[in-house]
Write a protein that binds this ligand. Sequence first.
Ligand code: TXA
Ligand code: MG
Length: 338
Amino acid sequence: MKNYLDCINDYKKEDLKEAASIIKNGGLVLFPTETVYGIGADGLNEKAVKNIFLAKARAQDNPLILHVSDIEMIKKLVKNINSIENKLIKEFFPGPLTIIFEKKNIVPNIITGGLNTVAIRMPSNKIAHDLIELSSTPIAAPSANISGKPSGTNIDDIFDELNGKVDYIINGGNTKIGVESTVVRVIDNNIHILRPGKITYDDLKRIANVIVDEHVLNDVKESQKVLSPGMKYKHYAPNTKCILIYSDDKNKLIDKINEYYNDNTLVIATNKIANMYKNKICLGNTLEDISHNIFKALRQADKENKELIIIEGVKPTGLGLAIMNRLIRACSHNYIEI
Ligand code: TXA
Ligand code: MG
């Protein structure tokens, strides 16, 4: 296939030159990061960025992350970097962390949805890093999915959804982490977690006091102001109705699942629980396994044509907070804790 590069096993940096020239010329490139795939465009080219919004059918007021390859790029985009932000950069960049800064005028308003802040991330995935460096511009990239759907963690899952909407596809295999980056903003010396991810509360606590935004696990009421527009929108949802069940008592959990389970339902759970049922998708055993597999599982679940998807929840601490943030949204807050 034309306009497709397979990097699954290996690649040379120069293989990415074609994709980089597409970015420079205002095109869209589907590329892997360590979290999820992104739909990338030149973050300083308004027209190109507009096409990302069209490809995803994304709300115009939901701002995009600018992906950079080095500190010099960050300095061109943000007004000032305070000492806590500096420590976050030192500790966690490159990696699965996004920091919200006050933006410079060079950042187009379409990136920020009209806000005076901009989200910056320096991915550690080598393909992403090389692509940004070769493009010599910050790459704007939301998760690779039509708005509202689970983020793409491998090309097979999103090929039909996005083929024809992008100009070039880079296949880097399955993404390592599987859920999107942790999004934070420093306000009055506190680190606010706006979206949890692989960089956890405890990781951030080593730098400064941490506040988990109330909307990480709770619904946004219509009149409420939010620190991140993404919190307002429907996310990660399969077409099939879902219910999320959590209990730290396995017997209670199984009893509750059994109340809902029948031939027309499907269980998505850790291996031990899932294997008790005929209709199932196994997520593995650890929080890392669940994070790695959850979006693929949510997409696969739709193909099973069931009436209800029953999902096992996890304890919302560590990486579990990121998983529950995604699952509660996937289930449209249809959540039972016992
Ligand atoms: O791991 C990731 O972050 C992936 C990969 C591709 O890097 N990207 C990603 O982008 O998840 P997206 O657009 O799907 O999610 C970005 C989130 C949204 O919830 C958005 O509202 C929030 O970041 N955001 C972006 N700019 C912001 C800003 N200036 N203030 C507050 N929130 C912001
Ligand atoms: Mg997204």
